[in-house]
Design a protein around this ligand. Structure first.
Ligand code: FAD
Length: 501
């Protein structure tokens, strides 16, 4: 292979972020013009957590031409229709945030306004009873959505629970087959270009010096290049997203896996349960100020539903992000650019968007300029939007059983979230973003699931007779129940994948 005159891209780090980046760049950058290399260190290893995804990952895999069933077998994946939240509104409350809609709009007015009218009359079922994804999840069933259907089967999406380490390995094989070069070694030093301040080269513990034109920092929480070398500062969001530790351990699988993640609130944070085909992933997220590591670990072990597979592992983090994800010739992707916490499983999504935007705004030969600014402002928006949605879960609690939850409900919200909440609180509307997460259906699930009922609803829903609204909603609910009968169980759906069907 001739490398002369090729543009050099060097990825530092081989976790999920590094190998997702390598796979996508190898798929979309012309090998005639680019050389892609990835440095990773087996001695350092990866963060080793991250098992839940959101539906966008399917788009990423499609983009790479990956066969979904092959990917599921390689990563021990199960299907995910949403997240069940226990104890986030008041202590005994429970709701599901589904990947999908609750009913359709009528005459341009969103379904939930009709629900609000019926709810005000005391005649509505719980909001999730009108969502096919919620009903399928709780019944332990799964089948693919039917995009051509205008009934319940056309109203939902799905994601996966997976072993992220196996996903990185799967993508590594993909990238290596497309000429990405893997270099084993520990980065011990970095050289800057004295005139421009850009990164010129990195040095490995072997003494090898690697130069490149573009550096992608996928070094995880260390943020070796963007944070440590280029000194891009970190904006802490601890005052909004207060948890700063997680303790994680997998346990044996003792029952058929649910097609949803579970998130149980506790006095000082929350706990996840994520079912894979081979094991169940568990973790307890907490604020270190209110709970010690030992307490968190013993609490987690006591709440496992099967024997633990190994010892619990504590991971420290600070929620927030770097001021810019791209500085000089260095783009940070993954934990090196920021971390919001595992709630709502958005990190792999943020990696994916960062990669897609990098491809879109890929720097030209002549160096970087406006594309870097656009990239940074779009990534900032992505982070801010996810942040606001996560804060909502903490702020909108009605628990009085601990200082942690009382502090959360009293916190001052970012302005962007205050506006959004005020809009919903006064008239029941949710603004649709043109870019970034989350869709109105997701906001509604949390608002209503955690007990925020708006002061009024869209007045147009008062036009039909109440009995007609009641009949319509009942039809939506019955449509979900009827359709559910035809669905295989989640376990049956997974068996088909395993058997290679
Ligand atoms: P890492 O996995 O840490 O990889 C860093 C890489 O850099 C490694 O290969 C390492 O060897 C290399 N490296 C570092 N320093 C050097 C050096 N000096 N020389 C050479 N190589 C070096 N995300 C989700 O989407 N869903 C979830 O459910 C989810 N749950 C999470 C739960 C917790 C508690 C945490 C902390 C995170 C979770 N995440 C989740 C986030 C997810 O784990 C990460 O986004 C994802 O794993 C990507 O990590 P990374 O590749 O950026 O970093």
């Amino acid at each position: 292979m001739q490398y002369k005159n090729k543009r050099d891209v060097l990825i530092v780090g081989g976790g999920t972020a590094g190998w997702m980046t390598a796979a996508a760049l190898s798929r979309f950058l012309d090998p005639e013009h680019f050389r892609i290399r990835l440095v990773e260190s087996d001695a350092i290893g990866t963060v080793g957590v991250g098992e839940a995804t959101i539906p966008h990952i399917r788009q990423f895999n499609d983009m790479l031409g990956i066969d979904e069933n092959e990917f599921m077998r390689a990563t021990n994946a199960t299907y995910k229709l949403g997240i069940q939240f226990h104890g986030w509104g008041d202590k005994d409350s429970s709701y599901v945030h589904p990947f999908g809609l609750c009913g359709h709009d009528i005459n341009g007015v969103d379904f939930h306004h009709y629900w609000l009218r019926l709810h005000a009359e005391g005649k509505a079922r719980s909001f999730g009873d009108y969502s096919f994804a919620v009903q399928a999840a709780l019944a332990g069933k799964f089948d693919y959505p039917v995009s051509s259907s205008d009934g319940p089967r056309g109203e939902y999406g799905y994601a996966f629970h997976l072993d992220a380490t196996l996903y990185a390995k799967f993508l590594r094989d993909y990238a290596l087959a497309r000429d990405v070069q893997r270099i084993e070694g520990k980065v011990v030093d970095t050289e800057l270009n004295t005139s421009s301040g850009a990164i010129a080269a990195i040095k490995l513990d072997s003494g090898e010096r690697l130069m490149a034109e573009i550096f992608v920092d996928c070094s995880g929480f260390r943020s070796l290049l963007l944070g440590q070398t280029l000194n891009v500062s970190y904006e802490s969001w601890r005052h909004w997203l207060p948890c700063d530790r997680a303790v994680a351990v997998a346990c044996e699988k003792v029952s058929a896996p649910h097609p949803y993640t579970q998130a149980f609130a506790h006095e000082c944070g929350w706990r996840w349960r994520i079912p894979l085909t081979t094991r169940t992933g568990n973790g307890l997220v907490y604020q270190s100020q209110g709970m010690s590591d030992d307490e968190a670990a013993s609490r987690l072990l006591a709440e496992l539903d099967g024997p633990a597979l190994g010892d619990p592992r504590v991971i420290r983090f600070e929620t927030g992000k770097r001021d810019q994800c791209w500085a000089h010739n260095c783009i940070a992707i993954g934990l090196s650019s920021g971390f919001l916490e595992p709630l709502e499983s958005t990190s792999i999504y943020l990696i994916q968007v960062a990669i897609q935007k990098l491809l879109e705004f890929f720097p030209g030969h002549e160096g970087v300029g406006v594309e870097r600014e656009v990239y940074n402002s779009q990534m900032n928006l992505e982070y801010d939007r996810v942040r606001d949605f996560l804060i909502l879960h903490y702020w909108l609690n009605r628990r009085d059983d601990s200082a942690f939850w009382r502090t959360c409900s009293a916190m001052e919200l970012p302005e962007s979230l205050t506006e959004k909440v005020n809009l919903f609180r006064t008239c029941g509307h949710v603004e649709q973003y043109r870019q970034g997460l989350f869709m109105p259906a997701s906001w509604l699930a949390v608002y209503l699931g955690q007990g925020l009922i708006p002061e009024r609803y869209d007045s147009r829903v008062n036009v039909p007779a109440l009995a007609d609204v009641e009949r319509y909603l009942e039809r939506v609910h019955k449509g979900c129940v009827a359709e559910l009968r035809h669905l295989p169980s989640h376990a049956e759906a997974l068996t088909k994948i395993k058997m290679g069907a």
